[in-house]
Design a binder for this molecule. Sequence first.
Ligand code: HEM
Length: 113
Amino acid sequence: MDATVYKIIHLTGIAALALGTGGMMAGAANRKPFAICQGIGLVVMLVSGFGLLAKLQLGFPHFAIVKTGLWLVIGMLPLILRRLKLPLVAAMLIPITLVAIMAWLGVMKPALW
Ligand code: HEM
């Protein structure tokens, strides 16, 4: 598979992750399908992300280290947000902001330290 395919998978994974995370945050009556969707989205993001690193021969640069850390945070968000009990709009802005940072890191590939 070439890098373009990994990239399309990487971007599609965001939809699965967002749908799953949103459903869990909304406390949907039937949480399980959303939890599964979130889990699949997370695995897809990680595998396609590392696939991209390999295909593009990037090694494991700074931005990828930070993305792996933020990936963990995004994975734990439903739990964290439930604990924090923030107003819903604030809680919704957190995953959107995190995805924006992840996108910036992926597109710009900044050297951070
Ligand atoms: C929830 C987690 C993640 C989100 C939301 C996310 C999002 C994105 C987005 C939007 C892009 C831009 C794609 C484009 O250029 O069109 C991108 C690129 C990229 N991501 Fe991720 N990403 C995530 C996790 C990861 C992880 C864990 C890794 C690997 C450590 C990774 C590695 C990459 C790489 C290497 C690119 C550059 C692709 C290129 O230059 O063509 N991502 N990511």
